[in-house]
Unconditional design. Structure first.
Length: 71
């Protein structure tokens, strides 16, 4: 079975700045929802570090995952 995923999120910092990301994958042969969450967590942590911020600087994260099977 193949899957399609769409990850959309915005990270808001306490200083009023933010960043967003929209990603998708299609035709995934073997995947799981937990793998999608791991990928997003890695990406957010990487972006926070690249912006010279820490996790304590985050005010909130708005996240939307669409994970569907392709028939």
């Amino acid at each position: 079975m193949e899957f399609k995923s769409e990850n959309k999120y915005t990270v808001f910092f306490k200083d009023g700045t933010n960043f967003s990301s929209n990603g998708s994958s299609e035709g995934i042969k073997k995947s799981s929802i937990s793998e999608e969450f791991k990928w997003v967590a890695f990406h957010i942590e990487k972006e926070v570090i690249m912006k010279n911020k820490t996790l304590e600087d985050i005010l909130k994260i708005e996240y939307n995952l669409s994970f569907t099977s392709i028939l």
